[in-house]
Design a protein. Structure first.
Lengths: 163, 248
């Protein structure tokens, strides 16, 4: 197969990401073995660099459950919008009084601080896991962390690397 | 008798009710403030900080300070005394209790570890690897790499297993013309090992490829790939793994 027109193919895919343009699979197979095509394909669509990453399977039930949750939220929002507002007076009064009392009667009033026993302590209990590589921030290298499949993988891409 | 408003006037009535409610709330707020002032409520108590002092016996001070900083609360601080080995940590009790536990576990005698370092050439079969291969790369690892990367061919250039202790400087020159150097950091809770001043260089002709700090996880090998650009037809992979050895 001769080298395909990557600009045309990626433009077709952008128009309809769900459909595969004619010759797409053959072009990908060709790309795997053609160093000349690698640069052209990535220039046309940089996301092709990730084309071999495993795609997590999403089951139909998960999609249906997600749809049902969204629908329930939309309905709840509509119900809330329809609710009569006769209790606005008591709500306003109670809210203002509660805020005032809370500000005045709490020790340490006025200061912003975490709520009772909250998550700040829990979050800080373990030091956050550091990145796999430290200290490349100042360099011109682009660093990709591609974890998965039981491996921690970091690709360092730099034009000055003569490996 | 129930009182109902015509539909058109409901929003206006509702807004009036809310305004009236807010006004009453503000009045209640003022009354509460007055009562509070009259009764003399105490002013907010300042945060109580406790301090903990530890003289490190085994592990480097800089790493201990770095560990403490990740655990401090916003009110906390850490100071190194003049001897360069004594840390004074001030913080709230909850944070301090975590820091004390972490520091005690951190300051252990230098532990031995076994490291495995492999150098792998990755490319496509069409390009082919021109040099001498040291052997076959573990097929399972090669399969996993194939799924993650755009390369099909993985050639093992060199491999070595090293035994060293935390804090040791390690330098190893491979026959394939590469050198790897680093200094072992401290094993953090047995789960992570820091490799300071991690350098990979080529010996012929001499050239530094990378200089960084590596945080090596225990559970899985770390693959460090080096390449010129995203579309490069080949890359050098450095496969690092470690295991703690008994004898601490």
């Amino acid at each position: 197969m001769s080298c395909p027109d990557w600009q045309r193919l990626t433009a077709l895919r952008e128009r309809d990401p769900d459909a595969e343009p004619p010759g797409w699979r053959e072009a990908l197979a060709h790309l795997d073995g053609c160093p000349a095509c690698a640069a052209a394909a990535l220039a046309a669509d940089p996301l092709l660099v990730f084309r071999r990453l495993p795609r997590p399977a999403v089951r139909e039930e998960e999609v249906a459950a997600l749809g049902a949750e969204v629908l329930a939220l939309v309905r709840a929002g509509r119900r809330e919008a329809r609710r009569p507002r006769r209790r606005g007076f008591w709500r306003g009064a109670a809210a203002a009084a509660l805020v005032g009392a809370a500000l005045l009667l709490e020790p340490g009033a006025g200061a912003l601080r975490p709520g009772p026993g909250v998550t700040v302590a829990a979050l800080a209990a373990e030091p956050a896991a550091p990145p796999l590589l430290d200290g490349l921030e100042a360099s011109s290298a682009r660093v990709y962390e591609l974890g998965g499949d039981g491996l921690a993988l970091v690709m360092v891409v730099d034009a000055s690397l003569d490996v | 008798m129930s009182r109902s408003l015509p539909p058109a006037s409901r929003p206006l009535a509702a807004r009036k009710c809310i305004r009236l409610g807010c006004a009453l709330g503000s009045w209640l707020l003022l009354v509460t403030a007055g009562l509070a002032g009259a009764q003399g409520f105490p002013s907010p108590a300042p945060r109580v900080l406790s301090s903990y002092t530890l003289t490190l016996r085994h592990q480097p001070t800089a790493e201990a300070v770095a560990l403490v900083r990740t655990l401090l609360s916003p009110a906390g601080s850490v100071e190194v005394k003049e001897d360069g080995r004594t840390l004074v940590v001030r913080d709230e009790l909850a944070a301090l209790s975590r820091i004390v536990g972490a520091l005690r576990s951190f300051d252990h005698p230098a532990a031995p570890v076994r490291l495995s370092v492999r150098l792998v050439w990755a490319g496509s079969p069409q390009i082919g690897f021109g040099g001498a291969a040291a052997g076959e790369l573990d097929p399972e690892l090669a399969g996993r790499l194939r799924r993650l990367l755009r390369y099909d061919s993985f050639v093992l250039l060199s491999e070595t297993r090293l035994e060293a202790r935390e804090g040791d400087e390690v330098a190893y020159e491979f026959r394939s013309g590469y050198q790897v150097r680093f200094r072992l950091g401290t094993l953090l809770a047995g789960q992570r090992l820091r490799l300071h001043d991690f350098r990979v260089s080529r010996t012929q002709p001499p050239a530094d490829l990378i200089h960084t700090t590596v945080n090596l996880p225990l559970a899985q090998p770390l693959i460090l790939g080096l390449t010129r650009d995203e579309g490069s037809a080949s890359a050098l992979l450095v496969v690092l793994a470690y295991e703690p050895l008994p004898g601490v």
